[in-house]
Design a protein around this ligand. Structure first.
Ligand SMILES: *Cc1c(COP(=O)(O)O)cnc(C)c1O
Length: 449
C-alpha cells in the first residue's frame, strides 16, 4: 500500500487545499455508514471526511480532497503530519524492537526521552520521568505521585480546565457535557477554584490569584492539598491566557504550603507556543510537567517529568503500564526533540504568530463579534460574543467551522460555551497556507454576517 522508499505518500506537488467532490465525498459517506454500524456513538468526529494521507499541514481524504489543517489533530502533529524524520525513526525502530515492556526488560529509547524531557522542561534541578500512553494517564500519574510525595489527598483544579476522559480526570474537568454527564460516580477530593479569565473577569493577575487562593483556603485548606493542576494556557477551555502574574502567584502559594504545582502542558507544550513549554512565558518552574499530544509526532506517548525527590516518592512497581513508553513511540519522540532543536522550530511558532495574529486582529477590527484575539505562538484563538449583549456565539463558531470545511480548511472550536475558534496548525504550515486559511476565515464571517 505504501512505498517504503518515500516517507510520505502525499503527492510531492501538493501545496494547498483542493476540492474534487462535495465535502464529505461519496467514499467518506460510504465509510460513515459502515462506521455507524460498528463504532460507538460516543465517539464523534468533527468532520466526517476519512483521511487517507497526510503531510505537513495537509490532509487528503479518500475522495482525493485536500484540506489545509489548522488543528494538527489537536496539537499532536506539531512538527507536521508524517514528518520525514519521525517516520524514518519510527520505521527503523519498528524493525529493531517493537515492544519488550520497560518494566520487564528496558531499552535505551525510553531513557533518552527521559533525558530530553529533563533537559527541556523548566528548572535546573535533578528531574525524573515516567512515560505513559495518553494525556489523561499522565494527569492520573502526576496526581498519584503528588499524593504519595505529600501524604495528602486533595486535588485542586481551575474553572474551564480540561484534563481527560478517565474516571479521575472526568472529575477534574470543568465541562460536564459531553465529558462527564452520566458517567459518574466520580472520584472525590477534587476542588475546583475560579481561574483567571481576563476577558470575563477583568481582574489583574494579583486579584485573580487572591480569589483562587482564597477559595482554596476556604473550601479545602492548603494542608489537605496534594497538588494544584493548571494548564498554563487552557486548551479545551478556549486558549485562555491568564493575566500577568496570576500563575507565579499560585506557584508561590503552592511552594509556601507544600502543595505540588503541576503544569498540564499536554496541549501547550512541545514548541506549540514558541517555547519548549508555555510555562516559560510566565516564568513558571513547575514541580511536575505533564506532556503528551505533540511529543511524538502523532504516536501515542505521554510523560510526567519533575523534581527527582517528588518523582522518586512512588514505590518501585507503583508506576508503569504495559505500553507506557513504547519503543516506537519513544523513537518518534526523540526525532521530534531533535527536529525542534536542530531546525529551530521554536522560531516557526513565532513566525506563525506573526502571520496569523495580525490577520485575526484585522478580522476583529472589522467584525465586532470577535471579542478577543489571544494566545501565544502557534496556539491562537478568537472568542466570539454578541457585541450588544456579551452572550457567547457558539452557533457562529459552528457556522464558520462548517463554511471553512466546505472550502477545504479544517478549523477547530473550543471554549466552555463552544464560542471560541482555536488555531493550532503544525509548525510546517507555510505563510502562503496561513494567508489562504485567513482568506477563507474572512469569507466565512462575511457569509454569516
Ligand atoms: C488532550 C488533553 C488532555 C488529555 O489527553 P489525552 O491524550 O486525550 O488523554 C489533558 N490535558 C490537556 C490540557 C489536554 O489538552
Amino acid at each position: 500500500m505504501t512505498d517504503t522508499a518515500t516517507p510520505t505518500t502525499l503527492a510531492a506537488d501538493a501545496v494547498g487545499r483542493r476540492l474534487v467532490t462535495a465535502v464529505p465525498g461519496p467514499r467518506s459517506v460510504e465509510l460513515q455508514q459502515r462506521r455507524a454500524a460498528v463504532v460507538s456513538a460516543g465517539v464523534s468526529s468533527a468532520l466526517p471526511v476519512y483521511i487517507a494521507k497526510a503531510h505537513g499541514a495537509l490532509l487528503e481524504d479518500v475522495d482525493g480532497n485536500r484540506f489545509l489543517d489548522l488543528g494538527a489533530g489537536i496539537g499532536v502533529t506539531t512538527i507536521g503530519h508524517t514528518d520525514d524524520d519521525v517516520v524514518a525513526a519510527a520505521r527503523a525502530q519498528l524493525g529493531d524492537v517493537t515492544h519488550t515492556l520497560f518494566t520487564i526488560t528496558p531499552y535505551e529509547e525510553y531513557v533518552r526521552v527521559a533525558e530530553l524531557l529533563a533537559a527541556h522542561t523548566p528548572g535546573d534541578f535533578a528531574k525524573k520521568t515516567v512515560l505513559v500512553n495518553s494525556g489523561a494517564e499522565a494527569v492520573e500519574n502526576g496526581v498519584k505521585i503528588a499524593r504519595k510525595a505529600t501524604g495528602r489527598r486533595g486535588i485542586a483544579v481551575l474553572d474551564h480546565a480540561y484534563h481527560g476522559r478517565t474516571n479521575l480526570t472526568m472529575a477534574m474537568n470543568f465541562k460536564a457535557m459531553p465529558y462527564g454527564a452520566g458517567f459518574g460516580p466520580f472520584a472525590g477530593d477534587v476542588y475546583r477554584a475560579p481561574n483567571s479569565y481576563p476577558l470575563l473577569d477583568g481582574l489583574s493577575g494579583e486579584a485573580a490569584a487572591a480569589r483562587t487562593i482564597g477559595y482554596l483556603e476556604k473550601t479545602v485548606g492548603a494542608a489537605d492539598l496534594a497538588c494544584l493542576v493548571v494548564e498554563p494556557i487552557q486548551g479545551e477551555g478556549g486558549f485562555v491566557v491568564p493575566a500577568e502574574g496570576y500563575l507565579p502567584a499560585l506557584q508561590e502559594w503552592c511552594t509556601a504550603n507544600g502543595v505540588v504545582f503541576i503544569a498540564d502542558e499536554i496541549q501547550s507544550g512541545m514548541a506549540r507556543t514558541g517555547r519548549w513549554f508555555a510555562s516559560e512565558h510566565f516564568g513558571l518552574v513547575p514541580d511536575l510537567v505533564l506532556s503528551a499530544k505533540g511529543i511524538a509526532g502523532g504516536l501515542p506517548l505521554a510523560g510526567v517529568t519533575g523534581r527527582a525527590e517528588i518523582m522518586d516518592a512512588a514505590q518501585p512497581g507503583g508506576l508503569g503500564g504495559t505500553f507506557g513508553g513504547n519503543p516506537v513511540a519513544c523513537a518518534a519522540a526523540i526525532a521530534v526533540f531533535e527536529r525542534i532543536e536542530r531546525d529551530g522550530l521554536l522560531g516557526e511558532a513565532d513566525r506563525i504568530q506573526s502571520v496569523l495574529e495580525p490577520g485575526l486582529r484585522a478580522l476583529a477590527a472589522r467584525d465586532p463579534r470577535v471579542a478577543e484575539v489571544r494566545g501565544r505562538g502557534a496556539m491562537l484563538a478568537i472568542e466570539l460574543r454578541d457585541p450588544a449583549t456579551g452572550e457567547p456565539l457558539p452557533a457562529l463558531v459552528s457556522a464558520v467551522v462548517a463554511h471553512a470545511a466546505q472550502q477545504g480548511v479544517l478549523l477547530l472550536s473550543a471554549g466552555t460555551s463552544g464560542n471560541v475558534l482555536r488555531f493550532l496548525p503544525s509548525l510546517a504550515i507555510t505563510d502562503a497556507q496561513l494567508v489562504d486559511a485567513l482568506g477563507v476565515l474572512g469569507e466565512a464571517f462575511t457569509a454569516n454576517a
